[in-house]
Ligand binder design. Structure first.
Ligand SMILES: *Cc1c(COP(=O)(O)O)cnc(C)c1O
Length: 469
């Protein structure tokens, strides 16, 4: 399998060439040159596989530059009951007939990002070892991504992580999760500023090409193709659990921010998995809902991005979205460059033609909905009273929209993107109770913390890195 860029660059690249990369050199995102197709015979063969073996089958279709035995070993090391808490790895939690949650959040940091990040840790260590190289991962986080990255990379040979976060602004649980890591290769840097300050520093350091090369700076952000590919697997795993026949159709609702999770569903559908609808659920930051309703994409500045009670979906610009638009426009790299490279830059938005817009639901099965803080509280209460399940705020955004959009006879599967323990304050507001947490994390907040507080200064961050590599 080879990879191309959404903006037209067709330089030949294989999986490991793009594994450690972010954007393509022309500013686009990487996608496979075609989607491998599955038919009902193949689905029937995959139905009985364990999660890890299903992942090996799917990943092998996209990875031709890692020997099969090596790939199998590293995938089997990743998706274990010990790490993800159950033999199914992503079990369904049925709510009622034709409605279920897909439990994606039982990994080490209690959010679905572990599903991809844990694999990325194994892939990075393997590939760096093979090349005899090292990597220093620099990231900014407001919560879920940073902790998932740290738990995936802790103790990995050849890798150090420098994770910037806004001092005092993450939830106590999230801070404790990151700062309690004692691994020598994990560096928590709490900056006296806001999340955008942290992100600006990552950009400034990455744009200093000399520094970047000299200190082998890399990232693990959500545009990484390997992360997206890892997420394709659980759409298949959920389908097998929800159906008895390989031609039955199911729908998914996906709480969305950067469009990575639902884009993996799009890839699964393009491969031939019988998905009826992919429903994009947003919170009050509804840039994507606006696009799927109107065909107009209007990313917002940081100043117009609201702080909500589903904070991991508080994004202004959906960084993976260009991948879907590339497919929507029949993979016309010139048109994508026009829309994302030119129109967004000059006028701040773009609008599809009527014909292009019609294809969103007709050919690609997408629809969308939005949810507010009041909806979130109401849905958390409804789910608790009606089904006896405590769900987190992001999953509540998904369930709210799923209940509006499900169709008779089509199982609706809602992706559970985090556990409620991570967002305790809103759960208490909704239910008047402290959400349950896994027993192993009972004493999390009282563990010793390893964190360095620094000012918002590019120079001081660079200096910290140079003295710790
Ligand atoms: C990251 C995240 C999301 C958004 O996922 P995207 O892939 O960015 O669309 C939703 N919910 C939770 C809990 C998250 O951590």
């Amino acid at each position: 399998m080879k990879y191309l860029s959404t903006r037209g660059d067709r330089t030949e690249r294989h999986f490991c060439d793009i594994l450690l990369e972010g954007l393509a050199p022309d500013g686009g995102l990487y996608l496979p040159t075609s989607y491998p197709q599955v038919d009902s015979a193949l689905l029937a063969r995959w139905r009985g596989l364990s999660y890890a073996d299903l992942a090996v089958e799917i990943l092998s279709l996209y990875i031709d530059d890692i020997p099969a035995d090596d790939l199998k070993a590293l995938v089997r090391r990743t998706y274990t009951e010990a790490v993800f808490g159950s033999p199914q790895i992503t079990p369904l939690k049925p709510l009622e007939e034709d409605l279920a949650l897909v439990a994606l959040s039982n990994g080490p940091t209690l959010a679905f990002k572990d599903m991809a990040m844990q694999l990325l840790g194994q892939l990075f260590e393997y590939e760096l070892g093979r090349r005899g190289e090292t990597l220093n991962i620099l990231g900014a986080t407001s919560g879920d991504t940073g902790s998932a990255a740290e738990y995936a990379m802790r103790g990995k040979a050849g890798i150090q992580v420098f994770m910037l976060s806004p001092n005092g602004r993450m939830s106590p649980f999230q801070q404790a999760q990151m700062f309690s890591l004692q691994d020598a290769n994990i560096h928590n840097l709490a900056l006296d500023g806001v999340f955008d300050d942290c992100q600006d520093i990552v950009k400034a350091v990455s744009n200093d090409l000399d520094f970047k090369r000299r200190y082998r700076i890399g990232t693990v952000n959500s545009i990484n193709w390997a992360r997206l590919l890892a997420q394709v697997v659980y759409y298949f795993a959920a389908f097998f659990q929800a159906t008895r026949r390989d031609d039955q159709r199911v729908s998914f609702t996906v709480p969305s921010g950067n469009f990575g999770n639902v884009c993996a569903g799009h890839v699964a559908r393009m491969m031939g998995l019988p998905i009826e609808r992919l429903v994009v659920a947003t919170n009050e930051n509804d840039v994507l809902d606006e696009f799927f309703r109107t065909g107009v994409y209007r990313p917002r500045g940081a100043a117009q991005t609201l702080e909500t009670s589903s904070p991991s979906m508080d994004i202004s610009k959906a960084s993976n979205f260009e991948r879907f638009v590339f497919d929507l426009l029949d993979r016309d790299g010139n048109r994508v460059r026009q829309l994302f490279g030119e129109q967004l830059a000059t006028q701040g938005f773009f609008a599809l033609t009527e014909a292009e817009r019609a294809r969103i639901s007709e050919r690609f099965g997408f629809s969308s909905g939005r949810s507010t803080h009041a909806d979130r509280l109401a849905t958390i209460r409804l789910c608790h009273q009606r089904y006896g399940h405590v769900i987190d705020t992001h999953t509540a955004d998904g369930l709210k929209v799923a209940l509006e959009q499900r169709q008779p006879g089509v199982p609706m599967l809602v992706l559970e993107t985090a556990l409620p323990a991570k967002f305790a304050a809103t759960i208490e507001e909704a239910l008047g109770l402290v959400p349950p947490r896994p027993a192993a994390l009972a004493d999390l907040e009282s563990r010793p913390k390893r964190v360095q507080v620094l000012p918002v200064s590019v120079e001081q961050i660079k200096q910290f890195i140079t003295t710790h590599v």
